[in-house]
Design a binder for this molecule. Structure first.
Ligand SMILES: NC(=O)C1=CN([C@@H]2O[C@H](COP(=O)(O)OP(=O)(O)OC[C@H]3O[C@@H](n4cnc5c(N)ncnc54)[C@H](O)[C@@H]3O)[C@@H](O)[C@H]2O)C=CC1
Ligand SMILES: O=C(CO)COP(=O)(O)O
Length: 296
């Protein structure tokens, strides 16, 4: 059995450790010790060749700087997001540490709680190195169907952007705007992320597949999504600080909204949904935001 190390024992890291253990010998670590099967130190994980990293996008840059020493590892990045402070994608953050050929990015609709129950799921492993994608894909269990793609940019943009649209969808639901509005928001959200992705050379097909439409439909239509619940909180008039505290888990859409706002300013891009989510995270009344959105 191939040995695989998982870094980050949050919801997604734990679910992936569980799923991968059907076909691999899996070890897991986290910054705080956990009472979990095969929980080992980071040093032990870094001795392994195959590593899955499930540290959130906003924390990964400092984590890599302080903890990571590259030693020919093959890395699968499981996070979804864009760094708020710099507007960097995960592949840009990791490229300082890991060669392109040794890194892959996971995407697709996949709530950790359903993976934990072994419910049927489909995922995409994305890498410039097709052989590496195939290798990581082969580690997944029988209840997960894996696809591979070389469109790293498409997977990154779709995985990050859908969290922002999920926040908007939660707001839409919380304000009782109706199914017409929800459907329009999801389909225009898909167009917005696809247009944004084009700037980075992302392939259109990734947005109509699992990484784009698949993950967007999942997170923008369910209270199981943390990002969707952020939107519900905004509709209730809560501040983002209060929402984050109550959530107790990561909602990548918040940081990604700030990243998109920064990128849109720098590149003069038209990202109307992301812009209004930004305005509401900054405290604009959702009803005023909606009027602005409908008028522009
Ligand atoms: N939960 C889910 O269903 C899915 C989550 N993801 C993505 O996976 C990533 C992780 O999400 P979850 O595990 O759900 O979040 P979580 O909130 O359950 O756990 C976050 C994990 O990151 C670790 N962490 C946070 N800051 C850290 C730091 N500075 N240094 C080291 N470790 C740190 C925490 O200790 C914890 O283990 C996110 O990017 C999320 O979007 C992707 C697909 C599904
Ligand atoms: O990315 C996810 C499912 O694919 C998880 O979404 P949330 O972080 O919004 O819960």
């Amino acid at each position: 059995m191939t040995k695989v190390g998982v870094i980050g024992a949050g919801k997604w890291g734990s679910a992936l450790a569980f799923a991968l253990s059907e076909k691999c010998e899996v070890y897991i670590t986290s910054r705080t010790p956990r009472d979990m099967k095969n929980f080992v130190s980071l040093d032990e994980i870094l001795k392994l060749e195959y590593i899955v990293i499930a540290i959130p996008a906003q924390q990964v840059s400092s984590w890599l700087r302080e903890n990571f020493k590259y030693n020919d590892h093959k890395i699968l990045v499981a996070a979804k997001g864009i760094e708020a402070s710099t507007g960097r994608f995960l592949n840009e953050i990791y490229e300082e540490y890991v060669p392109d050929d040794n890194i892959a990015f996971l995407s697709g609709p996949s709530f950790a709680t359903e993976v934990m129950k072994s419910l049927p799921t489909a995922l995409v492993v994305n890498s410039k190195n097709e052989e590496l994608s195939q290798k990581f894909a082969s580690f997944f269990p029988s209840f997960i169907k894996t696809y591979t793609s070389t469109d790293v940019a498409g997977a990154e943009v779709a995985g990050a952007y859908k969290n922002v649209i999920a926040i908007a969808a939660g707001i839409c639901e919380g304000l009782n705007l109706g199914k017409n509005a929800a459907a329009s928001l999801i389909s225009r959200g898909l167009v917005e992320m696809q247009r944004f992705g084009k700037e980075y050379g992302a392939k259109e097909e990734s947005f109509v597949g699992l990484s784009g439409a698949g993950d967007l439909f999942l997170t923008a239509s369910s209270t199981m999504s943390r990002n969707f619940r952020v939107g519900l909180g905004i509709a209730e008039g809560k501040s983002k600080e209060q929402i984050v505290e109550e959530l107790g888990e990561v909602a990548e859409g918040i940081g990604t909204t700030y990243a998109l706002y920064k990128i849109a300013q720098e590149k003069d891009l038209y990202l109307p949904i992301a812009r209004e989510v930004y305005n509401m995270l900054e405290g604009l009344d959702p009803h005023v935001s909606l009027s602005n959105f409908l008028a522009n």
